[in-house]
Design a protein around this ligand. Sequence first.
Ligand SMILES: *Cc1c(COP(=O)(O)O)cnc(C)c1O
Length: 439
Amino acid sequence: MNYDKDLICENITVDAEGKLLFAGQDTTELARIYETPVYLMDEDYIRKQCRAFKKALEDSFGEDCMVLYASKAASFIKIYEIIAEEGLGTDVVSCGEICTAKKAAFPMEKAFFHSNNKTDRDIAYAMDNGVGYFVTDNEEELFAIEKEASKRGIKQKILLRITPGIDPHTFKAVRTGCVDSKFGSAIETGQAEEITKKALDCEHVELMGFHCHIGSQIEETEIYVRTAEIMLDFIADIRRKTGYETKVLDLGGGFFARYTSEQPVRTPWDYLPNLGEYINASIERLGIPKPMVCIEPGRSIVAEAGMTLYTVGTIKKIPGYKNYVSVDGGMPDNIRFALYGSPYTILPANKMNDISETMTADVVGRCCESGDIIQPNVELPSSMKRGDILACLSTGAYHYSMANNYNRIPRPPVVMLQAGRAYVAVRRETEKDICALDI
Ligand SMILES: *Cc1c(COP(=O)(O)O)cnc(C)c1O
């Protein structure tokens, strides 16, 4: 077994002794110092991705554009600080994310508030905290925002979330751009036009433009061009009917990140120059003013910046059936195989050169739940034993942010790696934390 092909991102290497390195640092040593399970995050890679998206967007659309980091992918104070330093805006979807961004002194005028069901409390909280834009999902919400803004005597900037009716052929559970989605108002049904007219009639909201988000893990770069086509036709149509000139066009996130060696490599340059060319040409053809273009990458900024380390516990070999390698984490820190059947690359961090004999095993967690599988059918050295370290790659997005306390298991810490040093950004939860809310 040779793992060369599984070193799927440039920040993953192996040293002469067969130790897996992440961001140039020995993962076996990091596991010893910080204990396991542990989330590692490569800060330099996060910054590199921010800069790449920013540069590619600016080169494609000029200065008047904005990259928003979709912070639900990974939300903690340090990440908002990094994003702010890199000059990006951010998406937030809850009071918890707003509060975390505020604690990081994030410039809230560059925060865009999403979610398909903002409660009255959410709306008030976001206004209290100076959130720049409300991405308004539906009519009921529009009126709730109008009401709260009116009470405060302010004019709240909003975008309307539009459903362009695109099926990006990704996994069903992460598909949101179709007409029957729970998100947004569809163009096809006429509801998008209707809500636009109502927003224009509201005294206390300022309609800045339109938003759409067609799904996640989008491999096919042309889909963004198709989406832009539908959105620009809609914008032109609205202008003809109402005279309204769109100032902001936000095309959402969904850019691809790599989990296994079978998957392709995608960079911002695969999506944005094409899109820029198409939008610039269409604006001329349709005779509409050029809007500020926003994109909202989440996963693609942080996924490959992350790695989870586990310590191997029980190894169970059921002759003629199956092998199980159990680790000291599982669905509390990585629920994505259970939720979506997501593929992962799992590597034997302290045995990368142990390529003699291998076995196939399901890598499973420690929860009382047979669906608690991190990845089935993983090729591992037959010499695997209790105490070895396993690394699960590309866990920077939707892992810490989806972490839970099932079986009352404390959540792992987030350890940042930066230029050869390591530091804790989020500490490990303790059993005391677990009981802290019980009265
Ligand atoms: C989740 C989400 C994103 C980010 O999606 P990724 O696949 O992580 O890039 C962007 N915008 C909206 C509205 C989202 O819900």
